[in-house]
Design a protein around this ligand. Structure first.
Ligand SMILES: CC(C)(COP(=O)(O)OP(=O)(O)OC[C@H]1O[C@@H](n2cnc3c(N)ncnc32)[C@H](O)[C@@H]1OP(=O)(O)O)[C@@H](O)C(=O)NCCC(=O)NCCS
Length: 163
């Protein structure tokens, strides 16, 4: 029977998370290995991985803040991150292409929302491409509007979930 487990990230997951990030995201959309390492080291509580048969198959990472400016590129390196901040910004949701369309991102999102709720956070924010608006809406995220971000040369939308 296949086994699945969602847990907090460890530094030993770095190489595998970087591999997933670069195969799931196209071109310069992907975060660098250094950025992923920073996110693991600075706020592991906001970084969960899904293990499928003992191997990491997908993850969500994030930062927290009191005031959020969604188009702030420096925040992706957790500059301005404050673990006590009530607002959580998701930076990456990625599933290994080999395992996509099997509900893993959905299960990661459910677990992530639950964890943030339990830790007393008030809001989860993210930016996404048009094709994923419905996926986030099905988890309770509301559409806020178009984002000022031109990350990766694409157009993005802001969404938020109040916990
Ligand atoms: C987006 C991503 C995380 C989805 O992972 P996943 O595990 O395949 O997603 P799920 O299987 O949980 O999908 C749940 C639902 O979301 C929607 N969805 C998922 N991927 C989608 C896509 N590429 N296009 C449109 N809808 C999609 C579908 O409604 C899907 O349900 P269905 O398979 O029954 O149709 C994955 O495609 C990925 O890593 N993409 C590259 C990175 C990325 O763009 N991340 C999002 C940043 S905002």
């Amino acid at each position: 029977m296949p086994s699945e487990n969602i847990r907090e990230v460890r530094l030993s997951d770095l190489d595998r998370c970087y591999e997933i990030e670069t195969t799931a995201y196209e071109g310069d959309e992907a975060a660098s290995r250094e950025k992923i390492q920073t996110r693991i080291e600075i706020w592991p509580a906001g970084f969960i991985v899904l293990e499928h048969n003992g191997q990491v198959a997908g993850f969500i990472n994030s930062g927290a803040a009191f005031d959020v400016e969604m188009s702030d590129e420096a925040f992706k390196e957790l500059k301005g991150h404050d673990p006590d901040g009530p607002n959580v910004v998701i930076m990456s949701v990625a599933v290994d292409p080999e395992f996509q369309r099997q509900g893993m991102a959905g299960r990661l999102l459910t677990a992530f929302i639950e964890r943030m709720h339990r830790s007393g956070k008030q809001r989860i924010l993210l930016i996404c491409q048009t094709r994923l608006i419905d996926m986030y809406a099905s988890h309770g995220f509301e559409y806020l509007g178009e984002s000022a971000s031109e990350h990766g040369g694409l157009s993005w939308h802001e969404m938020a979930l109040t916990l």
